[in-house]
Design a protein around this ligand. Structure first.
Ligand code: SAM
Length: 360
């Protein structure tokens, strides 16, 4: 009885406030001078990118986006002095070889400090939508995956599918396996793909959609894929400071939140198992948390080596971050991977990504 009374009078803090308190304690220390600006940016309206859908009639779309002042950040990065000087798409494709990133992806953004918004995408004459709006930083893990012609690719935690759509833009994948544990989120992904991808692509059987616990993938399809994207569930920092609904900082979800690093490690280890020797795995999140980013990568490398005899090395994504630093604000001096930190002039992210290569 006493317990009930205590529970009834216990102040119930909004989950968004609990998230902010938690971040102030951990990110203040972790990011130092970058945190106050990242904090205010996450509380402000985020910036979007328009991922061009090259399955639609793109000519009109591109000139429309350019007329409004948006630019393809991938092409701009490649054309930046000090990277590889390039001026058109054909040359950009050559640069993709030099810098080793996935080809064919075009994502339009408004310049730094320009807070214009994109209009919702319009369908072309066959009803296919011209672009997909998403956090432009979420394209970086897909670029880092370095998908090449004929590759088989696993997107382990795929829904609602922004990165899946970006993967398909490469037109290079022989077989794409799209997996997610959640049936309802997979339904959303299917609907989205129907709006963006013509039927022939489905009928060619190049996209396989599965609904498994990604942690068990290593046992099911060991050493199979050329490329594996492991875009794990995380504290989704921006959502957690803004929305009460589905907020992982609710007291009732404390245990689930505390178990996230373990789940993330298990998913990454499964991704490493699913990759063939020589294959590439990219781990990504939308949190600033070191515990869910670098610490997970370190722990997964240990588990893979010690428990599964799988050797994995960390690849340098420095050159990739360097060429895109005119669009995104990157945290300095990352030992493992790269971190996009939200900033008022470039309010993208958080996005963390780390590129790994399976050695044996
Ligand atoms: N890659 C997606 C995109 O770009 O739209 C976002 C993925 S979201 C960050 C993480 C996803 O992991 C959620 O859709 C969730 O349902 C899924 N998930 C959670 N636990 C999982 C598990 N054990 N196996 C596979 N997927 C899981």
């Amino acid at each position: 009885r006493v317990k009930t009374k205590w529970a009834a009078t216990f102040p119930s803090f909004p989950a968004t406030s609990l998230a902010l308190q938690n971040f102030d304690m951990s990110y203040g220390e972790q990011l130092g001078a970058l945190w106050p600006s990242a904090r205010i940016s996450m509380l402000c309206e985020q910036k979007y990118g328009a991922l061009l859908n090259n399955f639609s009639e793109t000519t009109g779309q591109v000139s429309d986006l350019q007329m409004k002042g948006a630019q393809d950040f991938v092409l701009c990065g490649i054309s930046t002095p000090g990277s590889v000087p390039r001026s058109d798409r054909a040359e950009a494709d050559q640069a993709e070889d030099v810098l080793k990133f996935s080809p064919g992806i075009q994502c339009f953004v408004f310049p730094k400090s320009d807070t214009s918004r994109f209009r919702p995408a319009r369908p072309d004459s066959s009803g296919v939508l011209g672009y997909y709006l998403l956090d432009a930083a979420s394209i970086l893990p897909v670029l880092a995956l370095d998908v090449q012609e004929g590759h088989s690719v696993l997107d382990l935690c795929a829904a609602p599918g922004g990165k899946t759509l970006a993967l398909l833009q490469t037109h290079a994948i022989k077989k794409l396996t799209v997996n997610d544990l959640s049936d309802s989120r997979l339904k959303r992904l299917r609907r989205m793909l129907q709006d963006y991808i013509p039927r022939e692509i489905w009928s060619e059987n190049r996209v396989d959609i599965t609904s498994c616990d990604g942690r068990t993938w290593g046992e099911m399809g060991r050493s199979t894929f050329d490329r594996v994207l492991v875009d794990v569930p995380c504290t989704t920092d921006r959502h957690s400071v803004l929305e009460e609904e589905n907020n992982i900082f609710k007291r009732s979800r404390t245990k689930e939140r505390q178990r996230l690093p373990l789940l993330q490690t298990q998913l990454l280890v499964a991704g490493m198992e699913a990759a063939r020797p020589g294959g590439v795995v990219v781990y990504s999140t939308c949190t600033l948390s070191q515990l869910q980013n670098e610490c997970v990568v370190e722990q997964a490398l240990r588990v893979a080596q010690e428990e599964l005899d799988i050797g994995v090395q960390v690849e340098d994504v420095g050159p990739l971050s360097h060429i895109f630093s005119t669009t995104f604000c990157f945290a300095p001096d990352r030992r493992l991977g790269a971190l996009v930190v939200p900033h008022l002039t470039a309010n993208f992210g958080p996005t963390y990504f780390c590129k790994l290569q399976r050695v044996h």
